[in-house]
Design a protein around this ligand. Structure first.
Ligand code: HEC
Length: 160
């Protein structure tokens, strides 16, 4: 009888540990999805490659625009560095290393300028939100600042 109790206690502890697994565990069971309506995020009108916002085609040079990247670096220091590192390490939000490989330029530009709508709709952002537990606030960027930030992210990802 005593032995049974110990086994049950260990079982409970294990379950607790898993459900308190912290920042990067997802213990919620997703609601059942109607397969006939399913797209990547269950919203057929949303384009997960481009995101949602005014940018449909972002012109990106083969090599880096160093002046633009420098402007982006300055904006980063003022508006983004409190939550984002330039490495892969998460701070409040995900680290920026590799961000230009994770998303298309249009997606990133739309996310930076239309943050709220994309947090609500984008499957990749929703996955991040579950990890970070913080909604990225809208940063009120001008189009030029957003583009400069993208150039800075390219520089951070090794574009020369
Ligand atoms: C208050 C914290 C905070 C600030 C400030 C912030 N972000 Fe974020 N950012 C986040 C969080 C958190 C996420 C993950 C998505 C979510 O949970 O909303 C994110 C996600 C991102 C992503 C997607 C990253 C990926 O790997 O998918 C980009 C790009 C981004 N932010 C750009 C910016 C830019 C540009 C700025 C500055 C102009 C900025 N962020 C300022 C918190 C912040």
């Amino acid at each position: 009888m005593k032995k049974l109790f110990v086994v049950a206690a260990i079982g409970c502890l294990t379950m607790l540990t898993f459900s308190w697994g912290g920042c990067d565990s997802n213990t919620e069971t997703p609601a059942p999805v109607d397969e006939t309506k399913k797209s990547e995020n269950g919203n057929p009108s949303y384009d997960p490659h481009r995101g949602e916002g005014k940018f449909t085609k972002v012109e990106v040079g083969a090599s880096l625009d160093a002046a633009m990247a420098e402007t982006g670096n300055k904006v980063f220091g003022v508006k983004c560095s409190s939550c984002h590192k330039l490495t892969e390490e998460k701070l409040v939000g995900p680290g920026w290393k590799g961000v230009t490989a994770r998303h298309s330029p249009e997606w990133i530009m739309n996310f930076m300028t239309n943050t709220d709508a994309m947090i609500d709709k984008d499957p990749k952002v929703q996955a991040q939100l579950e990890i970070c537990l913080v909604r990225m606030p809208n940063q009120n960027l001008t189009d030029a600042d957003a583009r400069a930030l993208y150039e800075f992210q390219r520089k951070n990802d090794g574009v020369k």
